[in-house]
Design a protein around this ligand. Sequence first.
Ligand code: HEM
Length: 266
Amino acid sequence: MPELTTAETPAGADDADRLVRWEGPPIPNQKPTGGPWPVRFYRSQVGKKWVMAVTGIIMIGYVVAHAVGNLKLYTGEEAFNNYADFLRHFLYPILPESGFLWLMRPILLLALIFHVHAAASLTIQNRKARTATYKSHREYIAANFASRSMRWTGVIIFLFIVFHILDLTVGSANPDFEHGAAYNNLVLSLERPAVAAIYIVANLALGIHLFHGAWSMFQSLGWNSPRFNPARRWIAWAIGAFVIVVNLSFPITILAGWVTPEGLRF
Ligand code: HEM
């Protein structure tokens, strides 16, 4: 069976940057044909990677903005409820009430659908194309860990989003839910240890997913010169760590009794 060999690694590069040299027979150029340009682009491997990167950037933007907004929890009930109300009235009366939220929802939903679809079809395409073995066991373990962890953390995040919307937006998973009472809905929900555990596990998974995702996103967009690698690594770490620290702080401070339905205890 033909093998992939690893070429000389430039200074400053690591496992993810190694150049891989194909030593098997020439691979025929399988350019997708038919349909308009965006469809042809999406059908190609490069197109799917770009779509994953662009939809990933949209969702990272949302997750970071959402985490920053949720920090209002530490300024008390009134400020947090006012913030939730502000989001519902953002750009009102240019847009109808909740118009901004309704504008964001289809964008996020489409980003999520394309992100998951591109990831699934890239995995299937790669599995079909993999006729070669890895040169070293270490290389195999590294590639496998990254792709497996992306799949598992991706599934956990998806299930969490469904639960989270039923918990805090629709309210059907939250027995104490009251429309418009964002602070109480959040605190009464996360006071239940099982729910806090779901938030902790899901946000740890999200942090890991964002770390790997942000790293490979730069690669997909072509920013993978060893010169940029320290910055790439730093940005990927910063995004993953920020989301873990901020989002885990909510279930932890609520479980610890520092944020209660009666107010803040610090
Ligand atoms: C501990 C971390 C989190 C907290 C405390 C939190 C808090 C909240 C709250 C209070 C709401 C309801 C706002 C309202 O309608 O009044 C909400 C909605 C939402 N959250 Fe989170 N969230 C967290 C993490 C996440 C994560 C990680 C994601 C995505 C990966 C996410 C996605 C959403 C979405 C999509 C909505 C629905 C927005 C809409 O109304 O369309 N949240 N969150």
